[in-house]
Design a protein around this ligand. Structure first.
Ligand SMILES: Cc1cc2nc3c(=O)[nH]c(=O)nc-3n(C[C@H](O)[C@H](O)[C@H](O)COP(=O)(O)O)c2cc1C
Length: 214
């Protein structure tokens, strides 16, 4: 076996900031909302950042961070380039997983669901609210495709800066996806690795709620 590159692997950490014992909430989106508010109130860094996992046509999972931008009763909206790697995965497989981890409150929420493009108007409104530099970036970046150099990206930025001196229209390949969840797991770290894990599984119009072993 080769040498370990990192000697911090044996660092121990205890989780002791909370518990999930009695769950009265029957709607997982409402429970998610209260977790999310706790993350805000406790000043967690980037509480709306989530790891989004997609799966390629040949079954290869791939994960990356995106921002959850809107929290609706039916799910979570994020915005991206529809022609990116994640976009092409979603084109072939609508099943995704997303994961929120809020270290400051020792909680994670795992979400599994299917994804759909949001109405163009929703994407239009959100795009219009973005800073100009991000709007230009959405045109300049052919997200996930190979490029020659940083300079060629910056040339494209300059090109679109000149092309759109005033209002920047939304690129047709840029917009939102709505994740519609059918499974949630709410996780609270506990002492001795005896964590709380409460799951919600969609069954018809209802949610089956159960606890699983840490
Ligand atoms: C904190 C953070 C937030 C991000 N938010 C987004 C986002 O909202 N949308 C997006 O397309 N990429 C976002 N990214 C970049 C993605 O992680 C990723 O690099 C990009 O979407 C390309 O992914 P893909 O090649 O798998 O499609 C974010 C990255 C970080 C670290």
């Amino acid at each position: 076996m080769s040498d370990h590159l990192d000697k911090t692997r044996n660092d121990r950490r205890d989780f002791e900031k909370g518990k999930l014992e009695e769950i009265r909430e029957k709607d997982p989106m409402k429970l998610f909302h209260s977790f999310y508010q706790d993350a805000h109130e406790n000043s967690c860094a980037d509480p709306h950042a989530m790891v989004l996992s997609t799966v390629s046509a040949d079954g290869q999972p791939s994960a990356r961070v995106v921002y959850m931008r809107e929290l609706l009763e039916e799910g979570f909206i994020f915005y991206t380039n529809y022609l990116s790697k994640k976009g092409s995965h979603i084109e072939g497989n609508k099943k995704v997983s997303s994961l929120f981890y809020w270290d400051c409150i020792e909680r994670q929420v795992r979400v599994e669901g299917t994804v759909e493009k949001v109405d163009d108007q929703i994407s239009e409104d959100y795009f219009a609210s973005r800073p100009r530099i991000s709007q230009i970036g959405a045109w300049a970046s052919e997200q996930s495709s190979e490029i020659d150099s940083r300079a060629s990206l910056e040339e494209r930025v300059a090109f679109f800066e000149e092309k759109y001196p005033d209002v920047v229209p939304r690129p047709p390949h840029w917009g939102g996806y709505l994740i519609v969840p059918h499974y949630f797991e709410f996780w609270q770290g506990r002492l001795g690795r005896l964590h709380d894990r409460i799951c919600f599984q969609k069954e018809g119009d209802d949610w089956k709620i159960f606890r699983i072993s840490p």
